[in-house]
Design a protein around this ligand. Structure first.
Ligand SMILES: [Zn+2]
Length: 293
């Protein structure tokens, strides 16, 4: 494995760097539809094999490994091609696109993403989108918007899912999708909106993927959104190694911790954990297809 990036989490130096213990496994298996197996965290980072094995032990049948740079997108596609527990998403992250100094160099990278998107186990373009929190300045935003629109085009051309990173940019993401035309399957990764955005997703048939941060007390808007989301539009993810659910917040995250989030989601929606997991599995397969074969 190449080019491992090290996670930079808030509070580095004071964090508890031990991986949390394995939770009670899910009885009905499901999937982590957004993880970064190549971003290392923890005092003893888990290998990719260890992460996938532990996920299986917890009842997680497979993951979508998500690229954020051209390098990590290539790595994701290669891993998916050789491990039947992994499907890949490929893209230049919205904060990566502005780092290309010229439009021509960005176009070359986007062309390589388009090439990767034709591989059979690359089932999503992501993560792409808009991030007005980390990217500022007209020129950078312009480059980010251009990249987002190009990624939308690639998802449509290949009829695969679009996995959206939306940070402080809800209105502009929605406006862009409507203006250029949304692909058949759109996923708001690490759903961060309120009930107004959830209504828009419900109306348009866009998927809302919830992460471990729904367990955090101050995030009532996420729980309210989950409560009104159409059941066939709900997904679960880790965004590991980030967004570790309570009570392990701040420690490294990994796909084997998905059961904690699934149980919380079941509680919020007033259903049994098994029913929640079965629904999430059906929804995940509707977006990405099947993992095996
Ligand atoms: Zn991510």
């Amino acid at each position: 494995m190449s080019e491992h990036i090290r996670a930079r989490n808030a509070g580095e130096g004071t964090r508890d760097l031990r991986y949390p213990p394995l939770p009670e496994p899910l009885e009905v298996g499901t999937y982590d539809n957004h993880t970064h197996l190549d971003i290392e965290d923890g005092e003893e980072p888990l290998s990719v094999a260890e992460q996938l094995d532990r996920a299986n032990q917890a009842g997680i049948l497979g993951v979508v490994q998500v690229g954020v740079t051209l390098e990590s997108s290539k790595w994701s596609a290669t891993l998916a091609a050789k491990d039947d527990r992994v499907l890949a998403a490929v893209a230049l992250h919205p904060n990566e696109a502005p780092l290309y100094e010229t439009r021509a160099s960005l176009d070359l990278a986007i062309a390589e993403i388009a090439e990767l998107a034709t591989q059979p186990r690359v089932r999503a373009i992501g993560e792409t989108g808009l991030d007005f929190f980390r990217t500022t300045g007209d020129e950078a935003i312009d480059q980010q918007m251009y990249s987002f629109e190009e990624h939308i085009r690639i998802a449509k051309e290949n009829d695969i899912a679009l996995m959206i990173h939306d940070r402080d940019a809800h209105a502009d993401v929605v406006e862009t999708l409507k203006r250029v035309g949304a692909p058949g399957r759109v996923v708001f990764h690490c759903y961060s909106g309120d009930v107004d955005l959830a209504e828009i997703c419900n109306e348009n048939g866009w998927y809302m993927s919830f992460a471990g941060n729904i367990t955090i007390k101050r995030n009532q808007h996420l729980r309210d959104s989950l409560a009104i989301a159409r059941k066939e539009l709900v997904l679960v993810e880790t965004d590991a190694p980030f967004l570790t659910p309570e009570p392990f917040r701040g420690r490294p995250n990994a796909s084997y911790l998905v059961p904690i989030t699934v149980r919380k989601m079941a509680e919020i929606r007033g259903v049994e954990a098994n029913e929640m997991a079965a629904q999430l599995t059906a929804n995940t397969q509707a977006v990405y297809g099947v993992w095996n074969g």
